[in-house]
Design a protein around this ligand. Structure first.
Ligand code: MRU
Length: 346
């Protein structure tokens, strides 16, 4: 298995996801600023992986600071890491947990150790969650299934196993999957570059389509279900995920295709009543203005580049979490998933 984030005691090792599938290159980061840059520029991406990387970024800030500066340096790092990407709530959930360690810290000597322990726990919980999601979600996949996915919710977007992609790979392992179909996922091509790479390496028969082919695909081909990940799930069950997810959900409803979201409890934000309160990240126009690094648009045109959209819960057949499958997502169901009445917040 390829790990996108690894803690090495005094540095964090990140797979540079920008270079895939051509180059499997790892970066060794020794400062929280480097981790913040890596999240912003999408060296590391995918909601759970961002949260884990950020937690280690806080550890690095404490590790590098003089003992009397450790608490302040860690708080500064939490603030800076929290400004990197706004939509995936896993980032803020991880930073909240690191902040709580600082709030209860008694001695500077033990601070680094306590922060590292919490970061490792966050990491391990994400690994366990995705393993469980993969197993549970596979029960939804019928025999000889053809499954459509969007963006990349695989091993490299999480801490291991993957969420939506973990389900697909597990269904393949169980001999139930005939084929996976992945969209290319414009503008950054997470589907073409990352999902296709992961699925082919896992031996899953995979077809790549452009995002605009989904309607024709559903009209002309049997698709047994759609499986996607999530960046933030509001209390009412609305889901923010990669731009284009909503379009696929509308098409899935029109064509009577079950639409499943697979995500860990760390992606649930009970502080937001509905998806309309989720902040949608706007990214640089160069991502739309170029393809594979080359300009594709006429000079003078304007751009719009929201990185995510919101799928309303009425279009979602079920949310697969590590604690169970939530059919027709509701606030009470999500509370059970998060495990306590506490609120997640940005
Ligand atoms: O902009 P990205 O590549 O970080 O967006 C990733 C997604 O939208 C994923 O579907 C989501 O984070 C779930 S990853 C398990």
């Amino acid at each position: 298995m390829t790990y996108s984030v690894e803690w090495r005691g005094d540095h964090v090792r990140l797979l540079d996801q920008r270079l895939l599938p051509y180059d499997e290159h790892y970066l060794e980061l020794t400062s929280s600023n480097q981790v913040a840059d890596a999240i912003r520029n999408m060296t590391v991406r995918g909601a759970p992986a961002i949260g884990v990387a950020a937690a280690y970024g806080v550890v690095l800030a404490a590790l590098k600071a003089a003992p009397d500066r450790r608490v302040d340096a860690s708080r500064d790092a939490i603030a800076a890491l929290g400004r990197t990407r706004p939509t995936a709530v896993n980032l803020f959930a991880a930073l909240d947990r690191m902040r709580r360690v600082l709030d209860s810290a008694r001695s500077a000597e033990r601070l680094v150790e306590s922060l590292a322990q919490t970061a490792v726990s966050i990491h391990q919980e994400e690994i366990d969650a995705s393993a469980s999601i993969s197993r549970l979600g596979a029960s939804l996949i019928p025999e000889k299934a053809t499954v459509l996915t969007h963006c990349n919710a695989g091993t490299i977007a999480t801490a291991a196993h993957g969420t939506a992609l973990g389900v697909i790979v597990e269904a393949h392992r169980q001999g139930k999957l005939e084929r996976a179909i992945t969209t290319e996922t414009r503008p950054l091509l997470q589907g073409a570059r990352l999902t296709a790479w992961e699925l082919v390496r896992a031996g899953v028969p995979t077809t790549l389509i452009t995002d605009s082919m989904v309607g024709h695909l559903m009209r002309t081909t049997r698709i047994d279900c759609v499986l996607v990940g999530a960046d933030r799930i509001a209390a009412n069950g609305d889901v923010a995920n990669k731009i284009g997810t909503y379009t696929i959900a509308v098409l899935a409803r029109t064509h009577h295709v079950p639409f499943y979201v697979a995500a860990p409890g760390s992606s649930v934000d009970l502080s937001l009543r509905s998806g309309s309160e989720i902040e949608i990240e706007q990214r640089d126009s160069t991502e739309v203005a170029t393809f594979a690094g080359r300009p594709v648009a006429a000079d003078g045109v304007d751009f719009w580049n929201p990185a995510f959209d919101v799928t309303p819960r009425r279009l979602i057949t079920a949310i697969v979490t590590e604690r169970g499958i939530l059919m027709a997502p509701s606030k009470n169901g999500l509370r059970m998933i998060v495990g306590c009445p506490g609120e997640r917040r940005k």
